[in-house]
Design a protein around this ligand. Sequence first.
Ligand code: B4P
Length: 194
Amino acid sequence: MLNIVLFGPPGAGKGTQSERLIEKYGLVHLSTGDLLRAEIAARTELGIRAAHKMDRGELVPDEIVIGMIRSKLRLNPESKGFIFDGFPRTVAQAQALDALLLEFDTSISVMLALEVEEEELVERLLHRGAVSGRADDQDVSIIENRIHVYNTKTAPIIEYYAAQGKHIEIPGSGQIEAIFSRLAAAVDSLCEVE
Ligand code: B4P
């Protein structure tokens, strides 16, 4: 199986690039942000708990997102592989993901980490907020908090995957198609090795 963690700060292009990667490699897309927004739209109890955190740019508790990922993995036993988009976001989530994949007799193949300057992240998110109406993209202080949460709680995951020899940095600025080519080249070189 090809299991990719697509990593990066808020607005790095994870969702944008995931769409292209699933199409090219026939993978199942697991975005915890999308799953949580679907729960909020359906007004479930989980969604109400999540919205409280997401509206402030905080992370949703680990047990909620790990539970969501577990059920999605169970629903797709025949998949060629998965793209994890926006998950893991803490070292505890990364450890839980490794343990979960082991149950399915598989593991993470690679972490592709999109690198983008903070100023550009803020610009991209404010633009999306204006176009889509997404509440957490409309307020600079919430965006800055998301970036702060990324730097303090999420970025340490880089070390976690680097220690396993699975971390690849990908420059994430410029044209969307050019960034996609860099990601695809990294995936293709990995597939050649295997
Ligand atoms: P997510 O939905 O994961 O959103 P994100 O990190 O803000 O965005 P992403 O990086 O996917 O942005 P995109 O490609 O779309 O998380 C939202 C919230 O959910 C979190 O703050 C947290 O509260 C919660 N959450 C989610 N997962 C969680 C977890 N595992 N644990 C706990 N909490 C969790 O790109 C953004 C914009 O940039 C788009 O408008 C796009 O068009 C544009 N763009 C992309 N590439 C570009 C390029 N090359 N040039 C110019 N613009 C570009």
